[in-house]
Design a protein. Structure first.
Length: 160
């Protein structure tokens, strides 16, 4: 499933990629959960995978920020969900969601950095992110985060 995240930039591309690899994905806005069906026909909800990367809210933020082409891939894909206590029947940790909220909410100004205005987010995308986060974000903050990776590459700045 990580291959799908590493190679897709949108929800639709993710679903198509999963289907090409034998998995079915039932992802509808009106439902709280995503249901994945394995090639063997086993159905499992996102919250039963014990991996925060595949929770609906986190995937929505990932794809709203551009998926594999946006500013989140490294942070998102390298996140390790903490071990759950014995007997847990669903994903109970929220560290990845909190990390994403922090990223979108507290992006600091960087001297000499001006966000590129090429892919300004639509009002629908902004509203979707704000709904997931439960707080308002500015277009500038969104653009700053989503274009920072390009800036860092151009400036020769590496994280690691």
């Amino acid at each position: 499933m990580y291959d799908a995240l590493e190679n897709t930039a949108s929800k639709d591309e993710f679903i198509e990629y999963m289907e090409l690899h034998g998995y079915k994905v039932k992802w509808e806005d009106k439902y709280k959960y995503i249901t994945f069906t394995t090639p063997e026909g086993i159905k499992v909800r996102d919250n039963k995978l014990f991996n925060e990367c595949f929770l609906k809210n986190n995937l929505e933020l990932y794809f709203l920020s551009g998926g594999c082409l946006g500013g989140l891939p490294v942070d998102f894909l390298n996140y390790v969900t903490p071990e759950h206590p014995y007997g847990a029947d669903r994903t109970i940790s929220t560290g990845l969601f909190e990390m994403l909220c922090e990223m979108f909410s507290s992006i600091e100004d960087e001297p000499g950095y001006t966000p590129q205005q090429l892919n300004e987010m639509s009002q629908a995308e902004k509203a979707a992110i704000e709904k997931i986060l439960g707080r308002k974000i500015s277009n500038e903050a969104y653009l700053t985060y989503c274009t920072r990776e390009d800036y860092e590459q151009q400036a020769g700045i590496r994280h690691g």
